[in-house]
Design a binder for this molecule. Sequence first.
Ligand SMILES: [Zn+2]
Length: 130
Amino acid sequence: MDDKVKDLLDRIRGTASVAADAAADTARVAGKKAGQMVDVAKLNVQLFDLNGDYNEVMRQLGQVMYDTHKGQAPEGDPVTQLLIKADELAEKIAEVKARIADLRQAQTCPACGAPCGKGDKFCRTCGQAL
Ligand SMILES: [Zn+2]
């Protein structure tokens, strides 16, 4: 690994706590927005869009990494912004997935993690009492 990419990775590690704080704020907003949507189909469309945005941020991060390796480091600090955006999108994706599971009245088995119906008394996969 060359020094420029190593420096970049060091800076990425340095952004971890800042990005986490920003993501916590965004998650609260995302929760409210998702709470207004009641339709699973709409949530699935939202999830599809969020996954697309997330993949685009990952692509851009990879591009910055490779440009840095090639000695063409971008001006400013796009990495921090991209990492914050990635955290925001990951939180939103988790929120929408949880909302979809909730609307489908699903619960997760605490023992094996299998999806179960809300009214189930025992896990259909492992038999754990729910
Ligand atoms: Zn189970």
